[in-house]
Write a protein that binds this ligand. Structure first.
Ligand SMILES: Cc1cc2nc3c(=O)[nH]c(=O)nc-3n(C[C@H](O)[C@H](O)[C@H](O)COP(=O)(O)OP(=O)(O)OC[C@H]3O[C@@H](n4cnc5c(N)ncnc54)[C@H](O)[C@@H]3O)c2cc1C
Length: 489
């Protein structure tokens, strides 16, 4: 058939669109401004260590519509090893006490009951809501291509969860926990500390634990970079074409149709269709000059809250540092790292569970914390370098508190800031998963098409509050399905 599709952005959404596009007989080209594909699903190598920036859990490692996509795109194959952690997070308070979130709901329920027998009824209710959340499944096909049977099937599956949705659909986590009226102070304190953001949706929390409970949100050994590479290899093997190190400046529109793109060096590339899997805001406001903005989309970009960007300090440790807990959230409200005052916590991830991250006998440990974009946006030159240096020293001190004596074994310390994220991926204000899944927008999606602009599709994390790899990939697949429909294919 050979119709040409230009895909802007070689992140997971763009790669998925490319793979399904090639499979459907189109002639696709991915234009990616960075020199490697993967977007935010990435990692970097430093002196034998690999510092991962993304993957900690991937919904769809076991079953369901996302699983099919991971199989189709070579993210999962028979050689790929999946690890299902028993513990989601260990939260540590300043007084030395801790709180564990288990990935198995039954186990977590028993743990909570032991801690707070006086709250048995409220705990049972919360865990019951999670179990019912298990019934929620993503749709296989995009809106417009779903058969009535698909809606009916979804409704039947979702039936046990409908009450949970009706009761909590527009509640924040904080409201949900407050309603349970936990009497045990430790339990109430820790639950309240799980999400730093006061707008975070209760349903998003309940569903997250439901995915884990099914052992359908595993970690993939090797992490983000090999994952992206497997997708890129799959795309190339199907005849796809990468144009790396090229930034798209504008989307060419003629007669109400997307007709191609103009690159930063002025080159014009023509196409029959354009899919933008790049940052949503720069697509709409810069590449399209704000000319195609339906009110719901404008409202979302004007008022929906963004994820606060992250600073990541990655350490290469020249000895083995075993650790039972893959993720630890250390409560440190009001403490500072560099110029950032922590709102809630910092997170420490010890990658000893993945032997591919460090040479034998060595360990990668990562510290991450939220740092508002305002801290970074005007920081340049010497001031930027000095801030990174302060952060490194503070993070080393924090690491030493967790693992006394470790300072002597730090072989590499690498600081990646929100500016690093923006430089390499163009993501708006460093918001690594786009819009927060808040009580007011949970379950809402933004249209993949724009009124007045034909032959153009949006894909990627900005379509769905909460972002993440699975919905981003799915939107790439859906964009191709919608093009197939237009082509009566
Ligand atoms: C620290 C961190 C941890 C995360 N953990 C998880 C996790 O455990 N599980 C999970 O599911 N998700 C996780 N995510 C979220 C996930 O990484 C993202 O939601 C997902 O990768 C977004 O994919 P995307 O393709 O939509 O966008 P992106 O990855 O942002 O890709 C967009 C691509 O477009 C390119 N681009 C931008 N502008 C242009 C232009 N003008 N011209 C050409 N190219 C352009 C960029 O360079 C980039 O490669 C995490 C993210 C981060 C940062």
């Amino acid at each position: 058939m050979g119709k040409k599709i230009i895909i802007i952005g070689g992140g997971v959404a763009g790669l998925t669109a490319g793979i399904y596009g090639q499979r459907s007989g189109f002639d696709t080209e991915i234009i990616e401004m960075h020199t490697v594909p993967g977007g935010q699903c990435t990692a970097w190598n430093r002196r034998g260590y690999r510092f991962d920036y993304c993957l900690h859990w991937l919904v769809g490692t076991a079953k369901g519509p996302f699983h099919e996509i991971w199989r189709d795109t070579n993210v999962l194959n028979d050689q790929v090893e999946i690890l299902d952690h028993d513990v989601h997070t260990r939260i540590l308070a300043e007084d030395g006490s801790d709180f564990i979130i288990y990935t198995n709901i039954g186990r977590w329920e028993r743990y909570l009951m032991e801690m707070a027998p006086e709250d048995a009824k409220a705990i049972r209710k919360m865990c019951g809501d999670m179990r019912r959340g298990i019934k929620l499944e993503p749709f296989l096909n995009p809106p417009g291509l779903r058969k009535p049977g698909e809606y009916l099937k979804a409704l039947v599956k979702m039936f046990p969860a409908l009450k949970v949705i009706a009761q909590n659909g527009r509640k924040t986590c904080r409201e949900y926990f407050a309603e349970r009226k936990f009497k045990n102070r430790k339990l109430a304190f820790y639950l309240d500390s799980i999400f730093g953001d006061e707008e975070f949706s209760a349903l998003a929390f309940l569903m997250m634990l439901a995915w884990f409970n099914q052992r359908n949100a595993g970690y993939i050994i090797g992490g983000s970079l090999p994952l992206a590479k497997r997708m890129a290899d799959c795309y190339l093997s199907l005849g796809g074409k990468f144009s790396l190190g090229n930034k798209v400046e504008t989307i060419v529109v003629e007669g109400g149709k997307a007709r191609g793109v103009t690159l930063a060096d002025g080159t014009v590339l023509k196409a029959d269709y354009v899919i933008s899997a790049a940052d949503g805001r720069s697509t709409l406001y810069s590449m399209l000059g704000g000319r195609f903005l339906p009110p719901p989309v404008k409202k979302a970009y004007d008022s929906w809250k963004l994820f606060t960007p992250l600073v990541q300090v990655s350490f290469g440790i020249s000895k083995s540092v075993p650790e039972k807990f893959p993720v630890m959230a250390i409560l440190a409200k009001g403490k500072t790292i560099g110029s950032t005052t922590l709102k809630n916590n910092f997170v420490l991830m010890n990658y000893s569970f993945d032997p591919t991250m460090a040479p034998e006998g060595k360990t990668v440990i990562i510290i991450r914390f939220e740092s508002p974009w305002e801290v970074w946006q005007n920081l340049e030159g010497v001031a930027y370098k000095e801030e990174k240096d302060r952060i490194r020293k503070d993070a080393e001190r924090m690491l030493e508190q967790q693992y006394p004596g470790i300072g002597d074994f730090i072989e590499v310390a690498d600081v990646a800031t929100p500016k690093t994220t923006v430089r390499y991926t163009g993501v708006w204000n460093g918001s690594y998963e786009g819009f927060i899944p808040a009580a007011k927008n949970f379950g809402k999606t933004l249209d993949m098409t724009l009124p007045g602009l034909d032959n153009f599709f949006m894909a990627g994390q900005w379509i769905y509050p909460g972002g993440g790899l699975p919905p981003s990939a799915q939107s790439g697949k859906w964009a191709i399905q919608l093009i197939c429909k237009k082509e009566k294919q």
